[in-house]
Design a protein around this ligand. Structure first.
Ligand code: ZN
Ligand code: ZN
Length: 381
């Protein structure tokens, strides 16, 4: 009787077709690698007839190439954010071009890159590329706005066009186009509706849309046109490619500050302008971070001095938990809901500062903001 070959041990996650390492091991693997990585993104709306099968094929092919990243596939196309060892970029380009559905898709290369953007490769099949909340059969998704390069975008801005940020509120916080309308909403659907309302009387005027990499504007511009806007332009390749064009062609950057990105870097700097304030002390600052208290994890802007003062947390309450021994923290977390995967950000810095003052006062009076902790700490001793 003959036995089948044992699976290769060199690439355990290929056999599984998914990553099986923990976050700590992943980070160690990335540090140990010691080769420069390039972070890039691309998307294409293209009909993919068998997304699950393609997913497995791409996972094998890209694991071999050393790709890490977050990739979404849907019947309507691909949206990919990833990093790759810089010396294998050409090979990756060839592999992409060899697939007719992806051939010649433009790569948007990140301008600021520490190689730490992604720790592993995740490829997911989703019903839609962007969870946009818009019913595709209600409007013509192919009737999109005019694609503009950085130069044309700048020129139209100079001519007085209205500029609209199509990202969520927390993305626009630390950087945006000079004078752009910024959304209050923290969802795409909400931002689109909000902007349609705001621009009700500008349907015949030039309106310029932009987002991180361009993909959201494909839908947003079609939605604007469906609602009677006749002069809609969109920044081709988004802020990421705008930054590259500005550098390559030595154009003035009308985008100020940092570009929020959905990977380990959180943001890439486009210009030295600081357009936001520390949410805790109110001084000009654009250091975006997550509260280190793991059940909070909220996204906010914090200066270095406040990071020290609040132990990288959003509030004295979170600081108190975060500074406890890990065993006590674990006991405290038991029974509490874990953070959801949806990004949450502080949208009311004024309210946060009030809460901080109130918590500091209580802390000074009673010595703790979590009376239940005394019992937990004693038990852990
Ligand atoms: Zn501060
Ligand atoms: Zn917190």
């Amino acid at each position: 009787m003959c036995r089948p070959h044992a699976p290769s041990l060199s690439l355990p996650y290929v056999e599984e077709l998914r990553n099986i390492l923990g976050p700590k091991e992943l980070r160690e693997r990335l540090y140990a690698e010691g080769v420069p990585r390039t972070t890039l993104s691309f998307y294409r709306y293209v009909r993919l007839t068998d997304a699950p099968r393609l997913r497995d094929a791409l996972f094998r092919e890209w694991t071999e190439l050393g790709v890490y990243g977050r990739i979404y596939l849907a019947t309507e196309g691909i949206n990919a954010q990833l990093s790759i060892p810089a010396q294998r970029l050409d090979e990756f380009r060839k592999a992409i071009d060899a697939r007719p559905e992806f051939a010649d898709v433009p790569f948007k290369i990140a301008v600021e890159d520490d190689g730490m953007s992604f720790l592993k490769l995740t490829i997911k099949v989703r019903p839609k590329l962007v969870a946009d909340g818009l019913a595709d059969d209600a409007f013509d998704t192919a009737d999109v706005g005019q694609h503009l390069d950085a130069e044309s975008f700048n020129r139209l801005m100079d001519e007085g066009a209205t500029v609209v940020d199509m990202r969520n509120n927390y993305e626009a916080l630390i950087g945006h186009f000079d004078g752009a309308l910024l959304p209050k909403s923290d969802t795409f659907r909400g931002a689109v509706e909000e902007m349609l309302d705001k621009l009700e009387d500008k349907k015949g005027e030039p309106v310029l849309l932009y987002c991180t990499g361009g993909i959201r504007c494909e839908k947003a511009s079609a939605w604007f046109r469906h609602h009677g806007f006749t002069n809609v332009g969109q920044l081709h390749g988004g802020i990421i490619d705008y930054a590259r064009q500005v550098r390559a062609k030595d154009l003035p950057s009308k985008y100020l500050g940092q570009n929020f990105v959905f990977d380990g870097r959180l943001a890439e700097r486009i210009t030295d302008d600081v357009v936001s304030k520390c949410m805790q002390c109110g001084t000009p600052n654009d250091r975006i971070t997550n509260c280190q208290q793991s059940t909070c994890n909220i996204l906010f802007v914090q200066c270095e001095a406040c990071a020290t003062k609040y132990a990288d947390c959003c509030s004295p309450g979170c600081r108190e938990i975060h500074l406890l021994p890990e065993t006590v923290q674990r006991a405290w977390r038991k029974g509490r809901p874990s953070t959801s995967s949806k990004t949450k950000a502080i949208s009311d810095p004024e309210g946060l500062r009030l809460r901080i003052r109130e918590e500091e006062e209580r802390l000074a009076l009673s010595g703790t903001l979590h009376p239940e902790l005394t019992k937990l700490t004693n038990e852990a001793m």
